[in-house]
Design a protein. Structure first.
Length: 625
């Protein structure tokens, strides 16, 4: 690595850690300040922080690989998360969540189910889910940053004593970066996280613009179009993927056939099915939920969520698209001659391109930007997870009365424990893709059913929520064990078939078990206390099946009106998904020099922006400050 690039990276790391520690004093006033910034941080800083947290390096490496292989329509793979849950949050969920005025997602659950045994059971299970998901994400980051750093940096940091190997180089790099990030995150809580993430967002945007600009100047239209086909550039699809690559690049067509997504219509259909329920279920109890709860008011929660969508996708896909253009021209001819090409080769495209094909100076900024992407996402999760351990378990059930200093010290310990468990789990995974699919399809699949029902159905109670979540967590955990041991099962057995099935296609099974658990738990126990339901419904005002609660409230207050915005909200969500999609494909079309589709994408973005100004923004402006 050139001394200029290395200097840029060192300066970035020192600046980030310095800012994080320097602002940390603000977090010492209490748990509300430590985990939520005292609800004093401006909404646009929280929006930048939220967008920065979603700009993670493991996800970026994965998206580079799928865009390279599947072309423009690969953005629909992002629906596996599903990314347009951010649209649902923007349109109505941010307002519903922020009205609760509490600290964590599991504490929010008590406002829905009460504080009796059923409510406490639901409270504990969502706290457990939050902790498990944060540990899973830390393992995912551990795997991604290790692979990235070993390809980029020349030093072998493997730790070996005699013939015994303790750490390989990937694990050593990951541990160093994680330790640095954990220090300032634990020290400063939400204030340090937001301050460093705003800085990191600026660096990531600059890196994306520089890489995109470099490809536009250095690579010609002819070089790009000689590699990709018209089908590669086509955003539309049928039930089965058409041939994406020419005969010269047949190895890539073979890889598409072996990846398990050839039936692309089934993948998109399953993603839509999962995405609808997952999006209405709301954000998982992690960093984006914390950002919503950190805003000053309901109105600012809506502003922050909309701003996150606006500032995230174009910069991110300028970077991803720029890396893919370089890979197409520089690496595709070489890779296409590899008879054993696999998905693992796609996961290291990002670091290979940076290592060999990005010029001095830009390389340093790009590496700093990607390091920022990792550190911002990691710090966001490290801040979110311990909130559930300290506020929802330790404070509530073990030590309800103590000084703020005591709880903050416990938060520090909880942060290191969560990071340690995540790193431990990371040692036992060997693929970013497998972790991505487990988290998005299996773990989140267990979250969806219970959290969908909690909004829309008055009869759904705390025991229904507990057993729905518990069933989902058990099945998701079994799926992870199957995936990690797939080489140990006999061909033709049920366990072998289940272990080989793509995680997204297991979603209906997980969803089904979770629904059964939710319904059995609900109908075999008494309804939630009517006073709790009245308080929740009159405060949050969701739409759905709330007739008995609404009727009771209407008798008490003739002016009380129910929420009739379901159709308007769903139409806004459809428009929002198109708006979000246009921001993804716009930079891709620009960088692959399909100017006609670039203009069409820009027009779609402008039209949907104007529509949302009238259908969403004007409505938000009427909310109380």
């Amino acid at each position: 690595m050139n001394i200029i690039d290395l200097s840029i990276i060192i300066c970035y790391v020192l600046l980030t850690v310095g800012v994080g520690i320097g602002i940390s004093k603000k977090a010492s006033k209490g748990l509300d300040y430590y985990f939520l910034g005292g609800k004093s941080i401006k909404w646009y800083y929280l929006g930048l922080s939220n967008g920065s947290g979603m700009f993670d390096i493991s996800g970026t490496a994965w998206m580079v690989g799928i865009l390279f292989l599947y072309g423009v329509k690969s953005f629909m793979f992002m629906w596996l998360w599903p990314i347009w849950n951010q649209i649902f949050i923007m349109m109505f969920l941010a307002v519903w969540i922020r009205r609760s005025n509490i600290m964590t997602g599991s504490e929010w659950i008590l406002t829905r189910f009460g504080n009796d045994r059923a409510g406490k059971a639901s409270h504990i299970i969502v706290a457990v889910f939050a902790i498990v998901s944060v540990i899973g994400f830390i393992a995912y980051f551990f795997e991604g940053i290790g692979k990235f750093m070993t390809v980029i940096l020349p030093w072998n940091l493997a730790l070996q004593l005699g013939n015994v190997s303790f750490l390989n180089s990937e694990q050593s790099y990951a541990l160093i970066i994680i330790l640095l990030t954990t220090i300032y995150t634990v020290k400063g809580g939400m204030f340090s996280v937001v301050a460093t993430e705003v800085l990191q967002y600026v660096i990531m945007v600059l890196a994306g613009i520089l890489v995109a600009g470099y490809t536009l100047i250095y690579y010609t239209d002819v070089q790009i179009t000689s590699v990709i086909s018209e089908e590669w550039k086509n955003v539309f699809f049928g039930w089965e993927l058409d041939t994406l690559w020419s005969e010269k690049y047949q190895a890539f067509n073979n890889l598409v056939d072996s990846e398990g997504y050839k039936m692309f219509g089934a993948l998109v259909g399953m993603s839509l099915f999962k995405g609808f329920f997952a999006s209405i279920a709301g954000p998982t109890p992690s960093y984006d939920l914390q950002r919503i709860l950190s805003t000053k008011s309901v109105k600012e929660a809506a502003y922050m969520s909309g701003f996150t969508n606006l500032i995230l996708f174009i910069p991110r896909y300028l970077l991803i698209g720029g890396i893919v253009v370089i890979a197409l021209v520089a690496l595709a001819p070489e890779m296409s001659t590899n008879p054993s090409l696999s998905g693992a080769d796609l996961e290291i495209l990002l670091p290979r391109v940076i290592n060999f094909y990005v010029p001095i100076g830009i390389k340093g900024l790009l590496l700093a930007g990607l390091l920022a992407a990792f550190m911002s996402t990691f710090s966001a999760f490290v801040n979110a997870g311990p909130a559930y351990i300290v506020n929802d378990i330790y404070k509530k059930y073990f030590k309800p009365t103590a000084k703020s200093e005591h709880y903050i010290k416990v938060s520090h310990i909880a942060s290191f424990v969560v990071v340690g468990l995540g790193v431990f789990m990371g040692f036992f995974t060997d693929s970013i893709n497998s972790l991505t699919l487990w988290i998005t399809s299996s773990l989140f699949g267990g979250y969806v059913a219970a959290n969908f029902l909690k909004w829309i159905w008055w009869r759904f109670n705390g025991w229904g929520y507990f057993w729905g979540m518990f069933a989902g967590l058990i099945i998701a955990s079994l799926q992870f064990v199957l995936d990690q041991n797939k080489g140990n099962f006999t061909t033709g057995t049920l366990l072998y078939d289940l272990s080989e099935l793509q995680a997204i296609y297991l979603f209906p099974i997980i969803f089904g078990f979770s629904i059964i658990g939710s319904l059995l738990g609900t109908f075999f126990s008494k309804p939630t206390d009517i006073e709790v339901l009245k308080s929740f419904y009159s405060n949050v005002r969701p739409w759905g099946w709330w007739k008995p609660v609404y009727s009771t409230l209407k008798k008490e207050d003739k002016t009380f009106e129910k929420n009739n915005d379901f159709i308007a909200d769903m139409l806004n969500c459809i428009i929002g998904i198109v708006w979000q999609s246009s921001m993804i494909v716009l930079p891709i079309f620009l960088l692959i020099r399909d100017y006609q589709k670039t203009v069409i994408s820009l027009v779609v973005f402008l039209i949907t922006s104007i529509i949302l100004k009238f259908t969403w923004l004007n409505k938000v402006k009427k909310l109380p400050d």
